[in-house]
Write a protein that binds this ligand. Structure first.
Ligand code: MG
Length: 175
């Protein structure tokens, strides 16, 4: 593997773990706000991010590329309202999307079709992630200050299957 590709993927592992850490922190915030449905939904989202990191790590190991884990930053943990959390999460996903797109460009530049093929999955995944958060933000904006609306969403999000590889039970898409 080209050294720049290795460095780029290695950096992406860190970004994905940072997303895990950020969503874990957001999940704790929801717990503290007595919104257990949001909390468990966000916890499952965090687990997905860890899976993303592991997916890249597997690819690197399969190709004999050394993975070097870096330090994580302190995640945001102080929010005023649920919609603010989801907006921060969407912003985070948008950053990850550009990082993935840059990696695809790099894979093309250094002629690494294996990395490119692995990254294609992430390109599609990011479209879904951004869509999921956009829908949730829209629903929270619509609920406004309605406690009943918020409780209804909390109920629905709590029904998402725990963790794993995503795809099914995406609460945000259903309302
Ligand atoms: Mg991710």
């Amino acid at each position: 593997m080209h050294d720049r590709m290795r460095a780029g993927l290695n950096e992406q592992v860190n970004h994905e773990l940072q997303a895990f850490y950020t969503y874990l922190s957001m999940s704790s915030w929801f717990e503290a706000e007595n919104l257990p449905g949001f909390a468990s939904w966000m916890r499952a989202q965090a687990d997905e991010e860890k899976e993303h990191a592991e997916r890249i790590i597997r690819h690197m190991h399969d190709r004999n590329a050394r993975v070097e884990l870096d330090a994580l930053e302190r995640p945001p943990g102080d929010f005023d309202e649920p919609v603010e959390v989801m907006r921060a999460a969407l912003e985070h996903e948008q950053e990850v999307t550009s990082q993935i797109h840059e990696l695809v460009d790099l894979a093309e530049e250094v002629h690494d079709p294996a990395a490119e093929s692995m990254l294609e999955w992430f390109v599609d995944e990011q479209v879904e992630e951004e869509r999921t958060f956009t829908v949730l933000i829209g629903q929270l904006e619509r609920a406004g200050d309605s406690g009943a609306g918020l409780m209804l969403m909390d109920d629905r999000l709590g029904q998402r299957g725990g963790g794993g590889d995503g795809g099914e039970g995406d609460g945000g898409e259903e309302a």
